[in-house]
Structures are given as structure tokens and as C-alpha cells.
Design a binder for this molecule. Structure first.
Ligand code: ADP
Ligand code: MG
Length: 370
């Protein structure tokens, strides 16, 4: 069953500073029951706004949102169910715990609002604390606990009312790297144990890939791609998605005389050793590659020289120019090259994208959330 459904959801903001911004533009989306689904994209791309509309904290400019087969927002009819009636659990980036309440009372809070009897509160809080590895800390105050434990309080509070859907907005970004990785597993465990549908917002591609069954990549309010992490990584829908997931090289090229020439390359270097896609009819393109999918050859290939070399244990990273573009190459080969050595380069797995990217970078900068 589809658990969270968005139909043509759009949100405009108008502010003095920015003028009009379409923060979320025509988003269509179906998240299945029990799925862990991430929204991934750079700051300002519209992730939080989308999540807040699902939660009911933000009205829609147009479109519909359905939860568990029930309409919660339908702009056309001005229908709008308030957040407390949507039966969701939520955790946000900042540690939203109350400093003057004990761990027990922090977690009990949503149940007290709904006037749940005391005996039942005690039982449910106990379970929520057990699920989040906080048992025994009931009487402590947040200031006595670590950052990781404080964020677990927020998680415990989000699940105590037994929601079917958990909304998480960058819940781990205030934690250090090690703790972040541990908490990823704990969230995944919690999802399985409780059969939760999770909607997870992050700008961190590693986090999204590690957690998600499926995810969407968003840019300037527009969904770029929805798929499994593996499919998105292997088949990015466009240059933006390619660049947002993993490491990338973008090489501008020109096509003439039936060959592919790197921008700024002298005739002595020769053309690049790669095939032109059958349907390519532009005289320019940008070739996207991953640093670990470039071959270094003693002879043949595009001739250039190693500019820099860094040994990184599992692999060696080289930098070199192809024409006027510097690229990174990660090599697992034992054959070690030094700065200044001549080498040949062959781009193996190449994706072709149109040359023009236009004004997008300025617009992304304008939208950034500080
Ligand atoms: P993200 O969570 O992906 O970083 P947001 O959804 O917070 O991005 O913001 C998307 C865009 O909408 C940004 O340009 C931001 O400045 C703008 N925005 C978000 N909330 C408001 C608001 N309450 N008023 C005006 N503009 C807003
Ligand atoms: Mg945000």
C-alpha cells in the first residue's frame, strides 16, 4: 500500500529579501508502507518545506497530500488536517528536548497532551526508552546526557505515541561522524522492529544511501530522480544528480572530424579514446566520469602527465589535466606513478550530458538556507 502520497505539491514563498521563491514545485510521490525513503539535495532545495507540508506545519500553495489512504491536505478544497491529527512522529535537526523536564517527562509529553492514563504512560515510555537504548535514564535531565543520548530522547518521544510514519529532518547532523554512523543503524533497526514508514531528510548522500530503500534527489524545488540508491548512483538522470552522488569529473569536450576533443587540448595530445553516442547531435558535450572508473595506460590513450599523487592506503589518487580541465583518478593498481611521469588516460564508463548548464549555480546560491 502507498502510505504517503503527494500529488502536484507546490509551495511558493514571497519574502522581502528573496522575492518570490518556488520552494517546492509540482512534486508527485508515493512512499510505500514500511519503506525508508529519503529526500536528498543541497541546502535550500526544498526538503524541509516538503516535510513540513507532510507534517501539516506548512500549508500548500497547490496540490494534495494523503497519509495511509486518508486525505490530510487538499488545497483546492481548502481541506487541511492539523499536525496533531495526522498521527506522525517527528524529529528535527536541533535537539528539541525540554531542558527542564526529565527524560521520562520529555518522552511522556505527547501522551500527556492526549490525556493517556498514567499507568499506560509508564508502560509506553518504558518501551520507547528500551527501543532507543535509554532504559535506566528516566530520572536524568537532558543536560546530564551526551548529544547522542539527547537525540535518542527525541526519537523515543517521536515513537511513544506509536505512529505509523516517522518524519526525520537531518536528525543526525549535530552529532560527530562516529555517532552518526551508529545512529544510522539504530534508526534502521527501529524501523524494522516497529514496521515504521520513514521519511528521512538529509543533504548527506552517504547517509541517504546507507538508510534508504528508495530516495529522491531534489534540486531547486524540483524532483530530479526517484529510485533505489544503487540505481540512482549507477544511472544518474542528469548532470546534477551525477555530481551530487559520489565523486565526479566533468570534462567539457568538442566534437569534430568524427572524434572527441577535450576543451583546450592541443593537437599533439590527440582525441579522447571514447565513442560518441549514436543520437548525439550537438558539437559540444560534458563527459561525466567517476575517478575510480578511469584507466591509466603506459601506452596509448590520451597522452598527459601526472601533476600530483597522493597515497591513500587502499588506493592512489592522481591529478592530471585533460586539455584545460584537471581530473582526479583513483587507482588500485600497484604500478606507482610519480608527479611528472607521462601516462595515457582512457575514460571507461562515461555519461554524456549537454554542455550548457546555465544560471543554475546562482539560483542554488540564492536559495541556500543558512
Ligand atoms: P532545505 O531543507 O532543502 O535546505 P528548505 O525547504 O528549508 O530547504 O527551503 C527551500 C527554499 O524555501 C529556500 O530558498 C528557503 O529560503 C525558502 N524558505 C523556506 N521556508 C521559508 C519561509 N518560511 N519563508 C520564506 N522562504 C522560505
Ligand atoms: Mg532543511
Amino acid at each position: 500500500m502507498d502510505h504517503v502520497v503527494l500529488k502536484s505539491v507546490t509551495k511558493h514563498f514571497t519574502t522581502k529579501a528573496l522575492g518570490k521563491v518556488t520552494a517546492v514545485s509540482g512534486v508527485n510521490l508515493s512512499i510505500r508502507a514500511g519503506e525508508c525513503f529519503s529526500f536528498l539535495g543541497p541546502s535550500g532545495c526544498g526538503k524541509t518545506t516538503t516535510l513540513r507540508m507532510i507534517a501539516g506545519f506548512e500549508d500548500l500553495s497547490s496540490g494534495e497530500i494523503w497519509l495511509g489512504g486518508r486525505a490530510v491536505s487538499i488545497k483546492e478544497r481548502n481541506f487541511y488536517l492539523p499536525p496533531e491529527k495526522r498521527e506522525l512522529g517527528m524529529v528535527f535537526q536541533a535537539f528539541a528536548v525540554w531542558p527542564h523536564l526529565s527524560v521520562f517527562e520529555n518522552v511522556a509529553f505527547p501522551l500527556r497532551i492526549h490525556h493517556v492514563p498514567n499507568a499506560e504512560i509508564a508502560e509506553r515510555v518504558k518501551q520507547a526508552l528500551a527501543h532507543t537504548s535509554l532504559s535506566g535514564l528516566e530520572a536524568k535531565f537532558p543536560s546530564e546526557l551526551s548529544g547522542g543520548q539527547q537525540q535518542r530522547i527525541a526519537l523515543a518521544r517521536a515513537i511513544v505515541a506509536r505512529p505509523k510514519v516517522l518524519l526525520l529532518d537531518e536528525p543526525l547532523s549535530n552529532l560527530d561522524t562516529k555517532l552518526r554512523e551508529i545512529m544510522r543503524f539504530e534508526i534502521k533497526d527501529l524501523q524494522k522492529k516497529l514496521g515504521l514508514t520513514i521519511v528521512y531528510v538529509t543533504h548527506d548522500q552517504a547517509e541517504a544511501m546507507a538508510l534508504s530503500d528508495r530516495m529522491l534527489v531534489m534540486d531547486m524545488g524540483v524532483v530530479q530522480q526517484i529510485d533505489t540508491p544503487t540505481n540512482i548512483y549507477n544511472n544518474p538522470a542528469n548532470r546534477f544528480v551525477f555530481g551530487f552522488l559520489g565523486l565526479s569529473n566533468f570534462l567539457p569536450v568538442e566534437l569534430h572530424d568524427g572524434a572527441v576533443w577535450a576543451a583546450g587540448a592541443g593537437a599533439e595530445s590527440g582525441p579522447l579514446d571514447c565513442d560518441i553516442p549514436a543520437n548525439w547531435d550537438d558539437s559540444r558535450a560534458v563527459l561525466a566520469t567517476r575517478p575510480n572508473e578511469i584507466e591509466l595506460l603506459p601506452e596509448g590513450g590520451y597522452r598527459t602527465r601526472i601533476k600530483a599523487r597522493v597515497f591513500l592506503g587502499d588506493y592512489i589518487e592522481y591529478r592530471m589535466d585533460i586539455g584545460s580541465t584537471e581530473i582526479r583518478v583513483q587507482s588500485h593498481e600497484r604500478r606507482d606513478l610519480k608527479a611528472g611521469d607521462a601516462c595515457g588516460v582512457r575514460l571507461s564508463k562515461v555519461k554524456w550530458y549537454p554542455a550548457e548548464q546555465g544560471v543554475a549555480d546562482d539560483e542554488r546560491e540564492r536559495r541556500k538556507v543558512i
